[in-house]
Design a protein around this ligand. Sequence first.
Ligand code: HEC
Ligand code: HEC
Ligand code: HEC
Length: 158
Amino acid sequence: MQKPGFSLLGILMILVIGSATIVSGQSDDEMCVPMGTIVLEPPESVEAKRSAVEFPHSTHFILDCKNCHHEWKGDEVIQTCSTSGCHDVTESPIKTGKGAVDPNQAILYYKTAYHNMCIGCHKEMRRINKELELSYKKLDKELPRTGPTGCIQCHPKE
Ligand code: HEC
Ligand code: HEC
Ligand code: HEC
């Protein structure tokens, strides 16, 4: 899984950097890819209960971009998660009684979307690593690193 990720990244970076230098000055199909850390915060209307999340974006470039940017076709500018109609619901559907049991509704709530995606992948990778560890197979390389699953690892106490 890791190797194809790397080569895809290589191709993408060339595309991104290439188009940025060649068509600089045009804004329509130019995309700036944030490197380093992106600070993820709740939408403005929400009073945060937890500290903001420092998300190491480029650390995740070992993965296919489409793991997260799942609506991206590859030839247009990437939209934010809170684009209208995507994950822009600011209140828990359980609280408001809307779609508490309907996963298609629940995922519109930004917090559910982030938690499912972020924690979901880190947990799944741990599960796979654990399975390998317990399989008694001879491993030819180290198990891949995974990400945090505990609350304060992502939302450190302020
Ligand atoms: C592990 C998940 C994940 C992966 C993998 C990932 N990204 Fe992101 N990316 C994010 C998140 C989360 C944001 C912040 C989105 C927001 O602010 O709504 C973001 C933001 C962006 C933005 C800025 C969007 C905007 O308008 O603010 C761009 C461009 C982007 N990513 C490009 C890429 C590219 C290209 C790749 C692959 C090389 C990639 N991302 C891989 C999660 C990811
Ligand atoms: C598809 C899988 C996947 C998704 C989705 C994902 N991650 Fe990760 N995350 C990883 C992997 C793999 C690593 C380990 C990368 C490494 O250290 O090389 C990681 C590492 C991290 C780390 C630790 C980085 C470090 O330097 O130790 C943080 C923090 C993190 N992720 C936060 C997030 C957040 C926040 C989101 C959601 C916006 C997210 N991740 C979504 C796979 C994922
Ligand atoms: C892998 C990283 C990650 C882990 C682990 C995680 N969260 Fe989050 N959480 C996020 C992201 C990303 C958001 C969306 C951005 C934001 O609102 O700060 C979020 C949003 C929230 C919000 C809504 C915003 C707010 O501050 O009120 C709450 C509450 C929350 N998380 C609580 C928790 C609790 C409790 C746990 C442990 C059970 C937890 N989180 C574990 C990444 C994580």
